[in-house]
Design a protein around this ligand. Structure first.
Ligand code: HEC
Ligand code: HEC
Length: 218
């Protein structure tokens, strides 16, 4: 009897020791760390919202002309005679791959309008706090009833996380990004499989929904 109890305790201990390893493994596999790696290594120069500071803005409008491989090599080898450092010794290959994917696929300019003129200069509009607009929030609620309600509930966990939980964890760009690009965003947010469908919504409708989801932030 004592022997069984002892085995049982060892079993529990092994499970407890394994759990953090499982989580860290998962983190390094999916793109959720890409944002973290970005914030820790790149945000100081390229801006938290990727709208640029000492470094150029890293928004899809600007990066569209470059392939993912080209972005990867810019990160790997840096840009000579500029402040852009070489990252090949500082970050791992998978981290650099994830960063390139993250920069190309997630839409930073949903929050800030960035346009690039013919000389390649970026013009960044002032932040317009569209997600606070009560008309957008009301329109978002109507869209929620049409498209999202079966899976998400405002405050209770259903088939998918509640809007209350999402709004507590994410900024409005991440929310809008998930609605626009669920296939790439789910992995970046840390989900191992992608179950959320793509909807044929306009950017304005996505903003309305983003504002509505974000309005559940306490
Ligand atoms: C010390 C400041 C600094 C840091 C830190 C930094 N960058 Fe840069 N980065 C720059 C500058 C400056 C440029 C523009 C160089 C030029 O004039 O062409 C640049 C350019 C780039 C470009 C090319 C953009 C384009 O369209 O030409 C990419 C991609 C890039 N950085 C990614 C990153 C990533 C990813 C990180 C984090 C791993 C990072 N940078 C960290 C300063 C920095
Ligand atoms: C078929 C079910 C389904 C529908 C419909 C659906 N979602 Fe999702 N949603 C999910 C699932 C499941 C996840 C978790 C990520 C995954 O598995 O892709 C998710 C994740 C999200 C997230 C990110 C969660 C996080 O952790 O930040 C947001 C934001 C979101 N959904 C918003 C919406 C909005 C807005 C609508 C309506 C336009 C919608 N979803 C419709 C199933 C759904």
């Amino acid at each position: 009897m004592r022997k069984t109890a002892c085995f049982f305790l060892i079993f529990i201990l092994i499970i407890l020791l394994e759990v953090p390893c499982l989580f860290s493994g998962q983190k390094s596999q999916n793109g959720w760390t890409a944002r973290q790696v970005y914030l820790e290594n790149c945000a100081a120069c390229h801006g938290r919202d990727r709208s640029g500071f000492i470094g150029t803005p890293l928004v899809s409008a600007k990066l569209a002309a470059r392939s993912e491989a080209a972005i990867r090599s810019l990160i790997l080898y840096g840009i000579e005679n500029t402040l852009m450092p070489v990252w090949s010794c500082r970050l791992t290959q998978p981290q650099i791959r994830q960063l390139a994917f993250y920069l190309k696929e997630t839409p930073a300019e949903i929050v800030r309008k960035v346009t690039v003129d013919s000389d390649g200069r970026c013009n960044i509009a002032e932040i317009e706090k569209w997600w606070r607009d009560s008309q957008r929030i009301a329109k978002g609620e109507v869209l929620f009833e049409e498209y999202c309600m079966g899976c998400h509930h405002q405050t209770i966990e259903a088939f998918a996380p509640s809007f209350g939980e999402i709004a507590g964890n994410r900024d409005v760009t991440a929310i809008a990004g998930q609605i626009k690009f669920p296939w790439s965003s789910s992995a970046i947010l840390g989900y191992t499989d992608q179950k959320m469908p793509v909807f044929g919504l306009t950017d304005s409708e996505i903003k309305n929904l983003g504002a509505y989801v974000h309005s559940f932030r306490e």
